[in-house]
Design a protein around this ligand. Structure first.
Ligand SMILES: [Mn+2]
Length: 353
């Protein structure tokens, strides 16, 4: 079933006559349109893309399955177009539509009730098709190539920022348009910051160095984390590293479709708790990845829904001890009915640089 058919099924289930799509990732997913402004209106038997003069030609090229509707002023005329359809309810993206757009539409729509889509499109986006998985894998393999490249540069004296800049240059030279989020390079005591952005801190002998980064390929994201140790290693560091690795391997072995995000999270959490580090694993096991680096499904304590086959998620347990440092190991994987397909191939046994 194609994406529009899946959306129509969802609308029917919720009793909504049409979906109004504004959010750029949802827009691209449903229509292929990459222009800056527009609204896709999908009813049970028609699919329109409403945009203005600047984007008409682009919309016609990028969204051949849609009837392109030209309005001169989107803010004023969109509601007029929606009023011309014989619908009674219109679903909107409650996490994206601003209060002002909502109130404006509400005041101009005649006899049409605005109702939240309740994440309908984001739910559909969880399950990836072959082409999406291919783009994510490509992003991931280029990210691994880049990480292998910068690993050779990590030694006492280089700053976190220098490492991050080198990564970014590498992926851009190889054709990636951008990072999927600001690269995290956190060394020494800073490694206990789960999201420590690369700073001017100089990497020193005995530091943990956590590198968490992702890149974009054909609009799809990758995400991975590796933690290294530079120079001399303490027994405590080794212990923490190996607990995180055991937790991650246990989760990777146990994860499969049908299990809830909570259950997947618990696979890793139980291991970390068993070794007495439970209080230092303060985030969820993972998250969905696709057009956005953080999307559904939830793979954490709030993830009460079962994981679906062909969703792409991360598995990233970590231990962060303030004053000492932290370790996170993150792989990117496809959830399958009988287990997982790991898209991450880079080594993860403790490496001392
Ligand atoms: Mn992640």
């Amino acid at each position: 079933m194609n994406r529009i058919e899946r959306l129509r099924d969802g609308l029917q289930e919720k009793g909504i006559d049409a979906a109004l799509i504004f959010e750029p990732h949802n827009m691209y997913y449903m229509t292929g349109f990459t222009g800056g402004e527009g609204c896709a209106v999908i009813t049970d038997n028609r699919a329109y893309l409403v945009t203005d003069f600047r984007y008409i030609e682009q919309a016609e090229n990028e969204s051949p399955d849609f009837e392109v509707v030209r309005v001169d002023n989107q803010a004023n005329e969109l509601s007029g177009f929606i009023n011309s359809l014989s619908i009674k309810t219109a679903g909107f993206e409650e996490g994206f539509v601003s209060y002002s757009l909502y109130t404006d539409l509400k005041s101009k729509l005649e006899g049409i009730e605005l109702v939240p889509l309740n994440g309908l499109i984001e739910d559909i986006r969880q399950v990836k098709d072959e082409e999406e998985i291919e783009r994510i894998s490509r992003a991931q393999s280029l990210a691994e190539e880049a990480l292998n490249h910068v690993k050779g540069l990590i030694k006492p004296g280089i700053t976190e920022k220098e490492v991050a800049i080198e990564l970014e240059m590498y992926i851009k030279k190889k054709g990636s348009s951008s990072l999927s989020f600001e690269t995290i390079v956190a060394s020494g005591v800073r490694s206990s910051l789960p999201h420590g952005r690369a700073s001017d801190k100089v990497i020193e002998d005995g530091d943990f160095v956590t590198i968490d980064f992702g890149i974009m390929w054909d609009r799809y994201c990758s995400d991975m984390t590796r933690t290294y140790i530079v120079g001399k290693v303490s027994d405590k560091q080794k212990e923490i590293y190996n607990v995180v690795l055991e937790a991650q391997m246990t989760a990777l072995e146990g994860m499969k479709a049908g299990m809830t995000g909570v259950e997947a999270d618990k696979l890793a959490r139980d291991v970390i708790e068993k070794y007495g580090y439970g209080e230092y694993f303060g985030h969820g096991l993972g998250h969905g990845v696709g057009l956005q680096v953080h999307e559904l499904p939830q793979v954490n304590k709030r993830g009460v829904k079962p994981l679906l086959e062909n969703s792409v998620v991360t598995c990233e347990p970590g231990i962060y001890v303030p004053g000492l440092g932290g370790v996170r190991i993150e792989d990117l994987l496809v959830v399958k009915n009988n287990g997982i397909l790991n898209l991450t191939h880079i080594d993860k046994k403790l490496e001392i640089l």
